[in-house]
Design a protein around this ligand. Structure first.
Ligand code: C2E
Ligand code: MG
Ligand code: MG
Ligand code: MG
Length: 283
């Protein structure tokens, strides 16, 4: 947008654009420097958000979400530092740590729960991913069936053949594969045809606008129907209200995740969810 304005306008706009670009560049450099220190100094930690299963009426899993506790910045959201970690390649080291930590942590969670870990496209293409997962499973003793690797459609862009190879290798380890943020980005049915995903997570933007926009309901209905025809578990993300919960239940979403069931929390606080999982009206 800034570039467009610069082209349309005169020299002043170009100067403004340059200044903005430079500022952004400096900001990134600072984050990068801090990230490198963070990786060395173990400033990262994981929080876990419960996943609610409609059929059993219970928590059936958790998603591990990365947090950065920076001495200088406070708690930094992954949306702010993961892009920088990806651009700089630091994501490989952080990502490996996340997988190991989540596997270790989940051993202390109920046997019948799954643990979902996000893997970024850059990490996915690193080629070390399969061995990292395999080692984490071995070292933690976690049943591979309990581990879910969440990828986004970004993984499939570029060398689809190589992506499929990695996905198959991961499945061969016994882990499950989820397609995260479905419906954003380049949603293509090709991916779903090419690879047997175990779970599809409908992006929270569709859930958010469920009450206001009829298209969202239509899309959720279609994705949920497709999932059940294909034997894929459907999940709705970002469920915040009981109204959304009721609609999603009617639309046969298998599992749900959102503030209605619990916010991401430290491992030690998770037991509280087991009893408090579902608001009384929902249960
Ligand atoms: P995601 O994988 O789609 O994770 C769900 C995000 O939605 C989380 O944001 C979660 O806190 C948030 N969320 C959950 N329920 C609700 C709700 O009811 N309402 C709203 N508004 N939001 C809700 P978070 O933790 O900030 O993470 C953002 C993204 O960062 C994640 O999206 C994921 O793409 C990425 N991320 C997080 N942890 C990791 C990680 O360990 N590795 C990588 N590569 N990416 C990660
Ligand atoms: Mg996710
Ligand atoms: Mg998501
Ligand atoms: Mg997301």
């Amino acid at each position: 947008q800034a570039l467009y304005a610069a082209k349309k306008g005169g020299r002043n706009d170009i100067a403004v654009y340059d200044a903005q670009l430079h500022e952004r560049y400096l900001h990134r450099q600072k984050i990068e420097a801090d990230l490198r220190k963070a990786t060395a100094g173990r400033e990262f930690f994981l929080v876990y958000q419960p996943i609610y299963c409609v059929k059993s009426g219970r928590v059936c899993g958790y998603e591990a979400l990365l947090r950065w506790q920076s001495p200088a910045r406070g708690i930094v959201s992954p949306a702010d530092f993961i892009p920088v970690a990806e651009e700089t390649g630091i994501i490989e080291e952080i990502g490996a740590w996340v997988i190991h930590k989540a596997c270790k942590d989940s051993v202390s969670l109920p046997e019948d729960t799954t643990i979902a870990v996000n893997v970024s496209p850059v990490q996915f293409r690193s080629r070390s991913l399969v061995s990292v997962v395999s080692r984490a499973l071995q070292e933690s003793g976690l049943n591979p069936r309990r581990l879910e690797i969440e990828i986004t459609e970004g993984v499939m862009i570029g060398d689809t053949g190589q992506a499929l190879e990695v996905l198959r290798a991961l499945k061969a380890l016994g882990v499950r594969i989820s397609l995260d943020d479905f419906g954003t980005g380049y949603s293509s049915f090709n991916y779903i045809r090419a690879f047997p995903f175990d779970k599809i997570k409908i992006d929270q933007s569709f859930v958010r606008d469920l009450g206001q926009r009829s298209e969202c309901l239509a899309i959720i209905r279609a994705v949920s129907g497709m999932c059940s025809s294909l034997g894929i578990v459907s999940t709705a993300e970002g469920v915040e209200t009981e109204q959304q919960f009721e609609i999603l239940k009617t639309e046969h979403c298998d599992t749900m995740q959102g503030y209605l069931f619990g916010r991401p929390a430290a491992l030690t606080e998770l037991n509280a969810f087991e009893t408090k999982t579902v608001p009384a009206k929902v249960a």
